[in-house]
Ligand binder design. Structure first.
Ligand code: UDX
Ligand code: UDX
Length: 447
């Protein structure tokens, strides 16, 4: 089948940029991105300066494609019906209740999408899992889809996304690999080919990897786990550097020059954040436990434990600088996003650090160039009981950097312009990203 119409359910960080790039590279395909969130869709259809996702290069792609062959809409059923291929890119948070709570991925949105596709589809569809899912989710989706009573045939593919936020567009243009998992049947192989044909418009053939569905699903979890494991490894060594006088950047460089290890993902930090690493590892841990692989589960769980240790260690450094009493101390947090060049703050280490300092009585000021005030408050509120009111006189979000009366500055995100600030003489600085070059830093993680 030559695919002419694609839809994607979920206009988030993954669905939005991925579909925009497909639309740009495949001008003959009509791409419709749908979402149940009205506000989000109207923002995707609104001014380019205020798209719901901030990614370098994204607005240029949207400008070239929007309302030409890329459409954003709330009409989910209509888009499903019009499309031969449906991507599912809805969120899969960690379960908060029931079996596997705290670890397993909550598949309720995925299941709702599948139920909806089964209900409204009147002709054959290829359904593509874009969201990161536990191994064997495709089986569950297929079960739900097969409840369709109109004789419609569904083929399920797994096509996990490997883009990193902040470089999403670049990553989509120049993917290291595109992974497509499908069944070994003739129909499965045909569906795989249909998706290969789409990516072949810009991705070299040798970078398109086809596998069985389970390998593809697991490869995504495993890739994220391996990346996060490198960060926890280096962060664990940062603690040892601080004790021994070794310098973590020098250590990373020396380690990374071994071509078998390589230099990437060896940068120490206040801990990793983002919507994927923690969730995917917990999911992997849950899977291992489910299959009785206790030692394997423990191995991966340790990656999360070291990450929690690193966030806590950093906050403790600030507290102990003030001899354990930070009540009323004004602390300026520079950066809220989980990394630079994104407005995303999901699982950002800043949330944990701010909460810890706030709980101990500090006056927190926060500045981030891209994360909104509303978002910062809602990130923190999520960590308290629903009726808890945050004291806004102790939690102040700034819209510019005011270096005046703070008693300490903590750098939590590596935004470029934090590097060039002229920090007043005598400032007490805790650098959690090692971006300040001058030596007047009171604490630099890893040395
Ligand atoms: C990502 C990935 O897709 C997934 O692999 C990862 O596991 C979590 O997050 P992302 O694009 O970052 O998703 O999530 P988000 O920005 O929250 O976007 C998901 C969108 O799906 C939201 O806009 C939400 O409104 C929408 N959605 C959710 C639906 O349209 N329908 C639903 O039933 C549920
Ligand atoms: C990650 C994966 O990289 C990507 O392939 C997958 O599709 C989604 O999850 P993302 O979370 O967007 O992408 O960003 P990433 O660049 O991986 O950074 C994750 C976190 O690790 C950030 O908090 C970042 O600051 C931190 N990090 C990264 C480090 O602390 N040190 C490093 O060396 C690299």
């Amino acid at each position: 089948m030559k695919i002419k119409n694609i839809c994607c359910i979920g206009a988030g960080y993954v669905g939005g940029p991925t579909m925009a790039v497909i639309a740009l590279k495949c001008p003959n395909i009509k791409v419709t991105v749908v979402d149940v969130n009205f506000k989000k869709i109207s923002a995707w259809n609104g001014p380019l300066s205020n798209l719901p996702v901030y990614e370098p290069g994204l607005k240029e792609v949207i400008e070239k494609t929007r309302n030409i062959n890329l459409f954003f809409s709330n009409e989910v059923d209509k888009a499903i019906n019009e499309s031969e291929m449906i991507f599912i890119a809805v969120n899969t948070p960690t379960k908060t209740e029931g079996e596997g709570a705290g670890k397993a991925a909550d598949l309720k949105y995925i299941e709702q999408c599948a139920e909806n596709i089964a209900k409204v589809a009147t002709d054959d569809k290829i359904v593509v899992e874009k969201s990161t899912l536990p191994v064997r989710t495709a089986e569950k989706i297929k079960e739900i889809l097969d409840k369709n009573d109109k004789g419609v045939q569904f083929e399920i593919l797994s096509n996990p996304e490997f883009l990193a936020e902040g470089t999403a567009i670049e990553d989509l243009f120049k993917s290291d690999r595109v992974l497509i998992g499908g069944s070994k049947t003739d129909r499965g192989q045909k569906a795989i080919q249909d998706l290969v044909d789409i990516y072949s418009n810009w991705v070299p053939k040798e970078k398109i990897l086809t596998t069985n569905v389970w390998s593809s699903e697991l490869a995504k979890l495993a890739s994220n786990a391996m990346l996060a494991q490198r960060i926890s490894s280096i962060n664990s060594l940062s603690a040892l550097c601080e004790k021994t006088g070794a310098d973590i950047d020098e250590l990373s460089k020396a380690i990374g020059m071994d071509h078998r290890i390589g230099p990437k993902f060896l940068k120490t930090s206040v801990g990793f954040g983002g919507s994927c690493f923690q969730k995917d590892i917990l999911n992997l841990v849950y899977l291992c436990e489910y299959y009785g692989l206790k030692e394997v589960a423990e191995f991966w769980h340790q990656v999360i434990k070291i990450n929690d240790y690193q966030k806590n260690r950093f906050a403790e450094k600030i507290i102990s600088y003030f001899d354990g009493n930070i009540t009323g101390k004004k602390i300026l947090l520079l950066g809220w996003a989980f990394k630079a060049n994104t407005n995303d703050s999901r699982e950002s280490p800043s949330i944990y650090i701010a909460k810890k300092l706030y709980d101990q009585g500090a006056i927190i000021k926060v500045f981030d160039p891209k994360v909104s005030e509303e978002r910062i408050y809602s990130d923190l509120k999520e960590h308290y009981k629903p009726n808890k009111k945050l004291d806004k006189s102790r939690l102040i979000v700034e819209d510019s950097i005011e270096l005046s009366d703070q008693e300490a500055i903590a750098i939590l995100t590596e935004w470029d312009h934090f590097k060039d600030i002229k920090y007043p003489k005598g400032s007490i600085i805790f650098d959690g990203r090692r971006i300040i070059k001058n030596s007047n830093v009171n604490f630099k993680i890893g040395s």
